[in-house]
Design a protein around this ligand. Sequence first.
Ligand code: R5P
Length: 297
Amino acid sequence: MLIAGLPGANGIDVGLSKELNIDLTYLETKVFPDGESYIRFTGNLVGSDLILVQTLYPQQDKRIFELILAIDTAKELGCRKVILVIPYLAYSRQDRAFLSGEAVSIKTLLKTLSSLGADYLITVDVHKGDSLKFFSGTAVNVNPVPLFARELSKVTKNPLVVAPDEGASSKAFELSRLICGAEYVVFKKYRDRVTGLIRHEYADVDVRGRDAIVIDDIISTGSTVASIASYLVSRGASNVYVVCSHGLFIGDSLTKILSSGASRIYALNTVPTPQGVSVIDVTPLIATSLRDVITNL
Ligand code: R5P
């Protein structure tokens, strides 16, 4: 068994190598002057199983093509099983044709990765677990909520956990169960599929003197959590903590969230995060899933 990190590994390849005591194999990568990607395995892969680590943000399309090159080449070089570790699975929000004629991008991506010969896929908190059916091998969706509970239990008392929309409700429910004395509430979010604009319908909550935790899978522009944080502050919340799995933090989103009244923002290391975000390492949870996969190879 070997581990190889692609340019988007974000250090998780090194962490997994230490946790699992598996050697890293060197993968040479470069970009040609015209922008094309190059990869080369320098070690012997014949008969080995290989864990390929690549997160898909930033530069999603480039990261995807590097992964395509790596899977295909590893198989050509005689690799036995290829296990993909993709901490952040880009395109997961485009999981159906919302408007007629749209590409179902996550389907195309996962079909492509499996058709190249990837046997296993481990990802973290994918936008909708059901999307993993498009991967024809075995797919595992790592649940980070216990990690969030561990961190937020240290700083909150009797909190109200808030799901910004229905999609985050099961995470909010689970988090509230894991933090002593916590309750949860689910807000409604409507998105205009043409303009992309969102509108919230807030439940009438009493957060006076309580801490609030807003949980979501992805923070992109920050609009979703910023508007909820402002609402909770206006309703008298003592502190608002924001927690997400994948903090993309586009543009000035971090400033926007902090100026909306959030006291602290947590994100996993599934993608690189800007300064000011409290980062939670998901590597040990990925390692646990990998141990199960390796045992059953
Ligand atoms: C969408 O349904 C996701 O779960 C997130 O709520 C969304 O991606 C957040 O986006 P933004 O930060 O741009 O509001």
